[in-house]
Design a protein around this ligand. Structure first.
Ligand code: GLC
Length: 613
């Protein structure tokens, strides 16, 4: 590309978005000089962007659906736990390829104080990698290697807060007003007290309250998450500009997907819950446009852990899009609820909502991630079915703790709030499915069932439109690891029960069919391959649910142009037979899907039936 051609492309993109970007910026900040500074830096970053990345931008611009295929498969990985260092991860890209993965989310890896890191979500320097993991050059190199192997790389962009060790925080603490203005600093408790009246707590047990008293400078500072994570004040245009430069810095390293951490929290207003405020959307919309101007190949993934009505607005509108992708968090939580209660009604309702949304909306589907499972379910609906919120949450937690009859799960409570009696849950997929209990009691039948449940849930996830993302370790059925309890910073944070070192020793069994690892690994590979081969699994196909009288069985039908695939899932702990008048082939065995008009499913069994159209 000649220089002029590059300029023309940039001008074209700028022209498309300039009016709206300027309008939103001025409305928010009324700071023409800061806007000019932003524009100057955007153009500089574009000039510095590598040729290869610019070409990728053009390719993706020409094919905006590039990330919506049925061959996309993601994995969430901790660099240190999986590969030791970034170079180590690079060496293991072949393993990821053998898992069929073409989208890698590396958990936070920028500089963060070791003893106060919140798993890396307390960033002290957005331009430096944690030294034990490597360097920014290593990251850039890894991104290049990923691209060579047709993999996309996702990184967290923790924009709501910085670590108290960040340069700005240090200068604020030292008394520099300019830096204090980048956070929420208060001399007295008056305003914080007002906030506390309306703002809920994120970590009621591990980090109660929303403010932290800084004894050395005698100020209160807003800390929605841990006391060492100071919330940034986006009312200050310097904060917005500087954070946009950090975002663009990531983009120019070759990162493909930017996960905007804790996005609902980035705007605060007194007298509100400080969640999902309209100005959050202004900021995300501006970010989307900045991306489309400078580096249109990158995608924004919003971390919105909220109920569906609050999640969907983060897609923006078709004319004014915000995030490209969002987590399908309610479906995830509802799946686990369904397993516990053997009643698919709520899951069916939830899927009907998702299937009713425009097909442009791309969800990331997952069973487990690095965080806890919050029981954010549709309680208005559940109450109609006599499942009342407080006792139901308690039941779910007891079920997954393995405390109730018929339960096989293992795991731990998270932020068990003594006041609201609310608690979330932590554990790996395999442990929650009963693999840990079955192995411990050497119960083969229980193990069979646990493995069946594990695979059934993955099959269910793979049948949803969007991008399925596996949490590293789940592909080999990794179990809970309780050793975090002995570590000083981690001991109180039970999320570490499912954040343990990748078991390379066990991964060696991945292809041995008589091992737990081999059965899950090969089972998943088979499902993923089938998914990639059938157009009924693409986002364009039409999804709908089917139900039977038996509350434990749920069907999902995906109708594409040439075929229809029906998944029938037994969420019950006993064998089920349901009628199936359609014909079709069982995609896993190659046999007839329904014999004599019926389908029989083992406890936690499922079937994928294909009919040609
Ligand atoms: C997100 C992360 C979580 C972290 C929080 C604060 O929710 O997923 O792990 O604790 O943000 O940054």
């Amino acid at each position: 590309m000649s220089m002029n051609r590059e300029d023309e492309i940039y001008e074209g993109r700028l022209k498309k978005h300039m009016d709206e970007l300027k309008w939103l910026y001025m409305e928010l900040y009324d700071a023409p000089d800061m806007f000019e500074e932003l524009c100057g830096n955007m153009s500089r970053v574009y000039k510095e962007r590598k040729k290869a990345l610019k070409e990728l931008d053009l390719k993706r611009e020409a094919d905006p659906e590039w990330f919506k295929g049925n061959d996309m498969l993601g994995m969430m990985i901790y660099t240190g736990l999986f590969g030791g260092t970034l170079k180590g991860v690079e060496k293991h890209l072949d393993y990821l390829q053998s898992c069929g993965v073409n989208y890698v989310h590396l958990m936070p890896l920028m500089e963060s104080p070791k003893d106060r890191s919140d798993g890396g979500y307390a960033v002290a320097d957005f331009r430096k990698v944690q030294p034990e993991l490597g360097t920014v050059d290593d990251l850039e190199h890894l991104a290049e290697s990923c691209h060579k192997q047709n993999m996309s790389l996702c990184l967290d962009f923790v924009m709501n807060h910085t670590s108290e060790d960040h340069e700005w925080a240090k200068r604020a603490r030292a008394g520099e007003k300019e830096y204090q203005d980048r956070y929420f600093f208060y001399d007295t408790w008056d305003i914080p007290a007002e906030y506390e009246k309306t703002v809920p707590q994120v970590f009621p047990t591990t980090a109660p309250g929303n403010f932290t008293w800084l004894e050395d400078c005698r100020k209160h500072v807003l800390t929605t998450f841990y006391p060492y994570q100071w919330d940034l004040d986006y009312r200050n245009p310097v904060v917005f500009n500087e954070m946009m430069y950090n975002f663009l810095f990531f983009a120019n390293l070759g990162v493909d997907v930017i996960r905007i951490d804790a996005v609902p929290y980035i705007w605060k207003e007194l007298g509100t819950s400080c969640r999902n405020l309209p100005k959050v959307h202004t900021i995300v919309r501006m970010m989307r446009m900045i991306g489309e101007i400078v580096c249109p190949g990158i995608l924004l993934l919003g971390e919105v852990v909220m109920e569906p009505a609050k999640v969907v607005p983060y897609f923006g509108t078709v004319e004014k899009p915000e995030c490209h992708m969002l987590y399908n968090v309610t479906t995830m939580a509802t799946i686990w609820h369904t397993v516990a209660v053997q009643d698919v009604r709520l899951l069916r309702k939830q899927l009907d909502i998702v299937y009713g949304l425009p097909k442009d909306y791309t969800f990331l589907n997952y069973l487990r991630c690095h965080d806890d499972i919050g029981w954010g379910l549709d309680y208005d609906q559940l109450e109609e079915w006599d499942m009342l919120q407080a006792p139901h949450k308690r039941y779910l937690n007891d079920f997954y703790l393995g405390k109730v009859w018929e339960s096989f799960s293992r795991g731990e409570l998270y932020n068990d709030d003594p006041v609201t009696q609310d608690a979330r849950f932590c554990g790996t997929t395999a442990s929650m499915c009963g693999v840990e209990t079955a192995l411990e009691s050497q119960d083969d039948r229980a193990l069979e069932q646990a493995l069946r449940l594990d695979l059934m849930l993955h099959a269910f996830m793979l049948m949803q439109a969007g991008i399925p993302v596996i949490y590293s370790g789940d592909e080999i059925g990794q179990l809970n690891d309780y050793s975090y309890k002995n570590e000083p910073e981690k001991g109180v944070d039970s999320r570490y029960v499912h954040r343990s070192s990748f078991r390379w020793d066990l991964a060696e069994n991945a292809h041995k069919p008589d091992t737990v690892q081999g059965r899950i690994f090969e089972g998943l590979r088979k499902l993923e391959t089938i998914r990639g081969e059938h157009e009924a699994f693409t986002a364009q196909a039409h999804g709908e649910t089917i139900g039977w009288e038996d509350k434990a069985v749920l069907g999902i039908m995906r109708t594409g142009k040439t075929e229809r695939i029906t998944g029938i899932y037994n969420f019950g702990r006993s064998e089920k037979t349901v009628s199936w008048i359609g014909g079709g082939k069982d995609l896993l065995t190659g046999e007839d899907g329904a014999k004599g008009g019926y389908v029989t499913l083992k406890p936690y069994g499922f079937i994928w039936i294909r009919e040609g159209l």
